[in-house]
Design a protein around this ligand. Structure first.
Ligand code: LMR
Length: 411
């Protein structure tokens, strides 16, 4: 008999995204470039404290340290909900939104999953499949599997990653049983950078509605893609307002306000009636109480201070433009660098893909070579976090990619 109660606990390898950051941090080279984890860096390669956040922190400096309500800071919840669905939206006026403060995007996804699991069990005693895109953010599968859902992937990009695989997407939606759950990236698909157009979102929404599917919007990058929050919230609002589809939205302020470590987000359900919203919200409250009792205050206070103040809101809108424009400029700089060097390959997609990431289409051995020889860190899939580039390193990165591709492809 084994002497430990833990003898059957498996060893689970470290999370690949966080492991890459750890390796980067441990590398003493002055040449090193971090293109791994999706965190925005300014033109000097430094984390950026948004001016709107700096001012908001000043405003809340005398806040006390009491508990928040179980569902979170009330002003944060109402402001964030208005931000998401639009201030005058019917879904808010009718009291059809159930929401709670969440531990950023992952916490919101976990909470949404727990509620949906309970709802399915109570209504039908069968657990629906959660469909996720392939590729997708590496945490999606394990978040939903950890709750007990079967998770199925569908091909989201074309085989050569030259764009969205709309055919496969519509076929998967059409063939999925009613009540199936689809995790959509509301804007800036992670990792591919390929987003549906407005017309494609409309077509997706029509099938979701006709087939009785349930969408979860992972909304981690609203405002970061186009530089405008409302523009990036198009799909969510179209599903909720135009189609009247019940939806979950998992909103994170990590990227859009640079509040990575504060773990601040919103889990919101747009439901079909105020009675249902009240019931869902009561279940949310119980869920939060047993898991974390009540959520952390600091990030919620910062976000609320920004959203409540007209000047800070305007400042934030400008900060979103600054971040999204710098990312776009770096896409072009990398692309032009590779074209100038005549690097073999098709690099146009770097400028066509949206948001914080792009997949370069390099082979694993090339990615590892870039890491080992040139101290350039990108995910194994050759996903690049564009915000890690700046005027001081983009030429070096392009040259190293060029040398690596030539070396490996001539073998
Ligand atoms: C990423 O994909 O790099 C980010 O969303 C950070 C994370 O938590 O994985």
């Amino acid at each position: 008999m084994s002497s430990s109660i833990f003898s059957a606990v498996p060893y689970i390898p470290p999370d690949p995204i966080f492991e890459l950051t750890k390796q980067y941090n441990a590398n003493p080279s002055l040449l090193k470039v971090n293109l791994g984890q999706g965190t925005y860096k300014d033109e000097n390669g430094e984390p950026w404290i948004l001016p709107a956040v700096r001012a908001a922190k000043e405003k809340i400096r005398t806040a006390n340290h009491e508990y928040l309500p179980i569902l979170g800071l009330t002003s944060f919840r109402s402001r964030a909900t208005e931000l998401l669905f639009g201030q005058d939206s019917d879904v808010i006026k009718d009291g059809r939104v159930a929401s709670c403060q969440a531990l950023s995007g992952t916490g919101a996804l976990h909470t949404a999953g727990k509620i949906l699991y309970r709802a399915a069990q109570a209504a039908r005693n069968t657990i629906p499949t959660v469909y996720i895109t392939n590729p997708s953010w590496s945490n999606h599968r394990q978040v939903f599997e950890s709750i007990g859902f079967p998770v199925q992937e569908f091909e989201y990009t074309t085989a050569d990653n030259s764009g969205l695989n709309m055919g496969c997407l519509t076929q998967t939606l059409t063939q999925a049983p009613a009540h199936s759950i689809f995790v959509f990236h509301a804007s800036a698909h992670n990792p591919s950078g390929w987003d549906p157009t407005a017309e494609q979102w409309k077509a997706i929404g029509e099938i979701v509605k006709a087939k009785g599917l349930f969408p979860i919007f992972d909304a981690a990058y609203l405002g970061m893609t186009s530089g405008d929050f409302d523009t990036d919230a198009f799909a969510i609002r179209y599903f909720v307002h135009e189609l009247g589809v019940e939806s979950a939205v998992c909103l994170s302020f990590a990227k859009s306000l640079g509040l990575y470590g504060e773990r601040i987000g919103l889990c919101a359900f747009a439901t079909s009636s105020s009675t249902i919203a009240t019931a869902v919200q009561s279940t949310l409250a119980q869920l939060i109480r047993v898991e974390i009792s009540n959520p952390p205050a600091f990030g919620a206070r910062v976000v609320a201070a920004v959203l409540e103040d007209e000047d800070l809101r305007a400042e934030w809108a400008q900060n979103l433009v600054t971040m999204s424009e710098r990312i776009k400029a770096m896409r072009w700089a990398l692309y032009e660098g590779l074209v100038e060097l005549g690097t073999p390959g098709n690099w146009k997609r770097i400028t066509e893909q949206k948001g914080m990431f792009c997949i370069l289409g390099l082979r694993l051995e090339e990615v590892l070579h870039l890491r080992e020889k040139y101290h350039i860190y990108m995910a194994d899939s050759s996903r690049v976090s564009i915000a890690g580039l700046n005027a001081g390193n983009v030429r070096y990165v392009a040259e190293c990619i060029d040398r690596t591709v030539r070396e490996f492809r001539s073998r």
